[in-house]
Design a protein around this ligand. Structure first.
Ligand code: ARG
Length: 589
């Protein structure tokens, strides 16, 4: 089998075997045609099907008999052997030749033969969304990393992904801040005026606190601040210019973090809350006319039909406050309408922490009642748990303050530099710095992505940067080891000989490699990047077992070429998989 470059999907064996079982079902029991063949990977053979157990009742027979009937109907080129085990499991072994064929075909494809199951979808992903004039803190870490990984996976699988950074760039707090800045012309907060290492946004953050203190202590200042809000909303040019300046300075600081994290977000993806201001009146009008938004105690609200809050009262969205102001709820109503009507999304994802679950449930309910969110559109809140400190409580600095994201990344990179230097003391300084950056950032991302999304996890830098265990550094290192084998072999283009009998360790590795596409499809469906992490970890371990059992460089041809092909496909799959988590795969470390 030669090296043809092809962009075609290489159908996973899992799917091919499922087809065989489906055909056998339809053949042996036409009345059961279309039933789920229930095939999965197995310890006892290459694959196992539970169909006989699940369908026996409908077939009015015993599972063992049904299994026997399916076995007889299953002969074919995709199947080497079928054995009935236990009460009626089908243990299915595929021919070696077929497995080598998959390896060769995946190696020849720039996308490793992975199909494009989400190709027809336009998916809007709302993630990161920090608040202007405030420091990005540990709370923004997860949304940024998880959202970015989902954007990558869904995009790789063919979807048109529209990233939306719903910046908190509007609200009454800006009146206070602008007024304070005007009254304190000496305050330094611009990026270029500040000492290196301090960010404009931390300066703003401090001014914001000072403004808040003044607001609470001084009723005259509070009054002037409220007038500023009115001026801002009315579009007073000086006030608006100041506001724009604050937004721009904050965005510069966010950009520093995005660059460092290596996330896909660009300035074009920033569509903050203020963007929706011109749409609010119309949205409210529509909701009021439809009788969905109703007056209540001087405010305009939407009572939920589905959710009751405390004291048995229906939960509600605040559409217009008693003072006439619009808030977070109003903006999200305009946002969902815009994303459906203007962006024409098929799928809407909102990546925020789990405490916002009720908010989005109410927004989706209102959008359904308004007729915007129809059955053909899938809207989902993608919630995640809290980042905890070593004491098991929400992560705080020693003095109890919020942890700046930049400090956290510095810390991880410094620790990564130590462990990499220990492992490889001869690395030149510059390369060490570069690798430490990739390892440290990768470690933070991997630790975040590898736990089930909804769970809280403990931010433990020492564990994250470890070369052993389920860590990003371990996977990066596994990749460098394979790259080094390939370099020693001269990185040749290899041809796979499909007639070679597979060693059990080669077989396990090849079958795992074949499972990359189905794993990504599962991530796309469940929105759980940890499934990809777990897959890559298993893959790296299967490679280790293979490499211990099967010599590569010293093997005779054609076995040597076949094994080099496995090495190369493993390296590509690890690099591609890490890439989809937003983690880089250095050549050496
Ligand atoms: N800025 C908000 C926060 O920091 C998150 C916004 C999430 N997106 C949305 N459409 N509401 O909590």
């Amino acid at each position: 089998m030669s090296h043809r470059e092809s962009n075609h999907e290489v159908r996973p064996l899992l799917g091919q075997v499922a087809d065989s079982v489906s055909q056998a079902i339809a053949h042996a029991y036409p009345e059961l045609a279309g039933a789920d063949p229930l095939v999965r990977r197995s310890e006892h053979a290459d694959f196992q099907s539970n169909a006989a157990l699940a369908l026996a009742k409908r077939a009015r027979t015993k599972p063992a008999e049904l299994a026997q009937a399916l076995t007889s109907a299953m002969a074919g080129e995709r199947v080497e052997r079928v054995e009935v085990s236990g009460p009626g499991f089908l243990n299915i072994t595929v021919p070696d030749q077929l497995i080598w064929g998959q390896v060769a075909a995946r190696l020849a494809s720039p996308r490793l033969g992975v199909g494009t199951p989400t190709a027809a979808q336009r998916i809007v992903i709302d993630y990161s969304a920090p608040n202007i004039a405030k420091e990005m803190h540990v709370g923004h870490l997860r949304t940024t990393i998880i959202g970015d990984s989902l954007a990558r996976v869904l995009g790789f699988l063919g979807a048109e992904v529209i990233r939306q950074n719903h910046l908190g760039d509007w609200g009454t707090q800006f009146g206070m801040l602008i007024q304070y800045l005007d009254e304190h012309p000496d305050a330094t907060w611009h990026h270029d005026e500040l000492a290196a290492g301090t960010s404009a946004v931390s300066a703003l953050d401090e001014l914001y606190r000072a403004a808040r203190a003044a607001f609470d202590a001084d009723p005259d200042f509070a009054e002037r601040s409220r007038n500023r809000v009115v001026a801002l909303q009315a579009g007073d040019p000086d006030t608006v210019a100041r506001w724009k300046e604050i937004v721009a300075e904050s965005e510069k600081a966010f950009r520093d973090i995005y660059d460092r994290l290596g996330v896909l977000l660009t300035p074009e993806d920033s569509v903050g809350e203020s963007f929706y201001n011109p749409m609010l009146a119309d949205v409210i009008d529509e909701l009021t006319k439809a009788g969905i938004a109703v007056e209540s105690e001087g405010a305009l609200v939407i009572f939920s039909d589905e959710v009751t809050g405390p004291e048995g009262k229906p939960a509600l969205l605040m559409v217009r406050k008693r003072d006439g102001g619009y808030g977070y709820d109003t903006t999200d109503l305009a946002t969902i309408r815009y994303r459906i009507h203007d962006l024409k999304a098929d799928r809407l994802l909102y990546v925020t922490d789990s405490r916002q679950a009720l908010h989005f449930q109410l927004i989706f309910e209102a959008a359904r009642r308004a007729g915007w969110l129809t059955d053909d559109i899938d809207a989902a809140h993608v919630p995640y748990g809290t980042v905890l400190g070593p004491d098991g409580r929400p992560f705080k600095t020693r003095s109890g303050g919020t942890v700046r994201l930049m400090d956290l990344l510095d810390d991880a990179v410094n620790r990564a530099r130590e462990v990499v230097r220990e492992k490889n003391p001869d690395l030149p300084r510059e390369e060490l710095d570069r690798i430490a950056e990739q390892a440290g950032i990768g470690a933070v991302k991997y630790a975040d992505l590898s736990t089930s999304r909804i769970k809280d996890y403990v931010f433990d830098v020492d564990r994250m940067v470890s070369f052993t265990g389920n860590t990003g550094v371990y996977l990066q290192y596994a990749h460098t080891r394979i790259r080094s084998i390939l370099r020693k072999a001269g990185d040749p283009d290899v041809t796979v000989d499909p007639s070679i009998a597979l060693h059990p360790a080669e077989r396990a590795l090849a079958l795992e490699l074949d499972d990359f596409g189905p794993t990504l499809a599962a991530v796309a469906e469940t929105l759980e990047p940890h499934k990809l992490c777990g897959y890559l970890y298993d893959l790296a371990r299967d490679f280790t077992t293979f490499y211990e059992a099967c010599p590569v460089l010293n093997a005779e041809e054609p076995v040597r070429s076949n094994r080099l092909a496995l090495c190369r496909l493993t390296a590509h799959t690890l690099r591609q998989g890490l890439g989809l988590l937003g983690i880089s795969a250095p050549e050496r470390m």
